[in-house]
Design a protein around this ligand. Structure first.
Ligand code: FES
Ligand code: FES
Length: 154
């Protein structure tokens, strides 16, 4: 989990990954919106792929690399550039959906470092936001992709 190994008792294997994260590890950045796989607020990366942790039993994640929002920022507390882009593009209002959005986009970027607007929009279809109307979130991802391209060209 976020680069650390955890041992747990077999009795926890049937627990949902989200409940293990929030209740056992106190990693409450992963949000519980619906608990049924409908909203995306609970998204984490498992071996680099975005998954909704409310529909993943812990036994399916055991032995795999799990990244939650707490593991995204730098060890010195500096924001990940994608997080900074969300702030700069005004993509955060209440913030409830934001951890799931960030994790979903990091999963997308693992597959395609330069997604277009339509691909970003499609990737976010399973992540609900009640506040922003989505445009600023897509703008934030575009801004991040643009900044990363510029960094690579330097
Ligand atoms: S809490 Fe997992 S999809 Fe809504
Ligand atoms: S910012 Fe409030 S739900 Fe997305």
């Amino acid at each position: 989990m976020n680069g650390r190994d955890y041992l747990f008792e077999d009795s926890l294997l049937e627990k949902k990954l989200i409940d293990y994260l929030r209740e056992e590890l106190e990693l409450t950045g992963t949000k519980n919106g619906c608990g049924t796989g409908a909203c995306g607020a609970c998204t984490v990366l498992i071996d680099g792929t975005a998954k909704k942790s409310c529909v993943v039993p812990l036994k399916k994640a055991a032995g795999k690399s799990v990244l939650t929002i707490e593991g995204v920022a730098g060890s010195d507390g500096s924001l990940h550039p994608l997080q900074q882009a969300f702030i700069d593009a005004g993509a955060i209002q209440c913030g409830f959906c934001t951890p799931g959005m960030i994790m979903k986009i990091l999963g997308l970027l693992n597959k395609n470092a330069e997604p277009g607007r339509e691909e970003i929009r499609k990737a976010l279809l399973g992540n609900l936001c009640r506040c922003t109307g989505y445009q600023q979130i897509i703008d934030a991802v575009e801004l991040h992709v643009h900044r990363e391209k510029e960094k690579a060209a330097d």
